[in-house]
Write a protein that binds this ligand. Structure first.
Ligand code: PLP
Length: 360
């Protein structure tokens, strides 16, 4: 069976050596030595400062909203995983959708200002499938209008924009280290926080509001545990190999399917982390036919992202986001993960090509 992705498991002996150190220290959570080590190593690897590890990417977003004291409306994209929107609702913020660029799949910056009202406190774009947003345009819109910017960078691990980490843009970026992600800690996530005082506050918020044994403000529990950090350290050691294999698969798909299906247009100032391989088909019936043909061979691509978030029942009534709705009906993400063999990639390509021939 081939799924859209498969969690990466590092060498068992290496993972075990980290686990042995947890047994030795008998320190399982609460900012343990492995969490501290992983934070340092990620800062070096990614080239950013102020990384705070947390228990998942959704809580990373929620902590970010609290840190920046967001109120009222937040401008965001309808083309994302549900957590981008649901985390806002959970914090009593109102998601205001702005449609996407049909080529890049990211929030269209040219439409943002139409949607800013006196209630708007922030912009929450997503680097969809690791494709960098128009970060400079978004920064100038935010500063002209006195808004905060939080990037949901759940897919953008390791991506560089103009030679600098894309996680460095905005007031805060958040990432997800869920098991299905490029880099993972089983469950986990992180905040990358520009301002040092906010970084100090974030450390309190994720630990019930404690500082030096005193409860100094309202907080919650979103700490990462040592077993997760151990997985992160072991996976981080293999990043070069993980990226090399993903790149090989990505390029194979790209070369074979170019001109036959639609692709995401990648930001020319940005590197690619080969996290996903989305293809865009003629219409939804073609997506369903391809999905069925692949399923027959025990291959399970995913309809990321479907449905468009502006159609969620709990958000109605809602102005339709036409481009996002259209894309979410026509997109399919093909399997991509380091363990996927080139012969399996070739088989997937041949099923995609057969559907194309059949449809014409
Ligand atoms: C765009 C996006 N935002 C947020 C999340 C939530 O992250 P997590 O699953 O770690 O809570 C995910 C993935 O799961 C995601 O893809």
């Amino acid at each position: 069976m081939i799924n859209v992705t498969k969690p990466y498991l590092p060498n068992r002996e290496k993972y075990k050596s980290y686990i042995d150190s947890i047994y030795q220290a008998n320190w399982l959570t609460n900012n343990g030595p492995l969490v501290q080590e992983l934070e340092k190593r990620l800062e070096d690897y990614l080239g950013v400062k102020n990384i705070l590890l947390v228990s998942n990417g959704t809580l990373a977003l929620q902590i970010a909203y609290k840190l920046l004291d967001l109120k009222g409306e937040v401008i965001t994209t309808p083309f994302s995983f549900v957590a981008t929107t649901s985390s806002l609702m959970w914090e009593n913020l109102v998601p205001v959708f702005v449609d996407i660029d049909p080529d890049t799949f990211n929030l269209d910056p040219s439409q943002i200002e139409e949607y800013i009202t006196r209630e708007t406190s922030a912009i929450l774009p997503v680097h969809v499938f690791g494709n960098s947003c128009e970060v400079e345009k978004i920064a100038s819109i935010a500063s002209r209008n006195g808004l905060k910017v939080i990037y949901d960078a759940a897919h953008a691990f390791g991506v560089k924009y103009k030679d600098k980490s894309v996680l460095d843009y905005g007031d805060i970026s958040t990432v997800s280290f869920h098991a299905t992600k490029l880099f993972h800690t089983i469950e986990g996530g992180a905040l990358i926080i520009k301002d040092d005082a906010l970084f100090a506050k974030a450390k309190r918020l994720i630990n019930f509001g404690y500082e030096k044994g005193e409860i100094v403000e309202l907080g919650i529990n979103s700490k990462m545990n040592e077993f997760s950090a151990a997985m992160g350290l072991a996976v981080l050691d293999d990043m070069e190999e993980i990226l090399r294999k993903r790149k090989e698969i990505w390029e194979k798909y790209h070369e074979a399917l170019e001109g036959k299906v639609g692709f995401q247009k990648m930001n020319g100032n940005s590197t690619n982390n080969y996290h996903y391989f989305p293809i865009v088909l003629k219409d939804e019936s073609e997506v369903l036919r391809l999905q069925q043909a692949l399923n027959k061979q025990q291959i399970y691509p995913r309809r990321y992202f479907h449905p468009s978030l502006d159609t969620l029942e709990y958000l109605q009534p809602q102005a339709p986001m036409d481009i996002s709705r259209d894309l979410s009906e026509r997109i399919l993400c093909l399997p991509i993960y380091p363990d996927l063999g080139i012969n399996e990639v070739e088989m997937i390509i041949s099923v995609v090509q057969a559907i194309q021939v059949e449809g014409h």
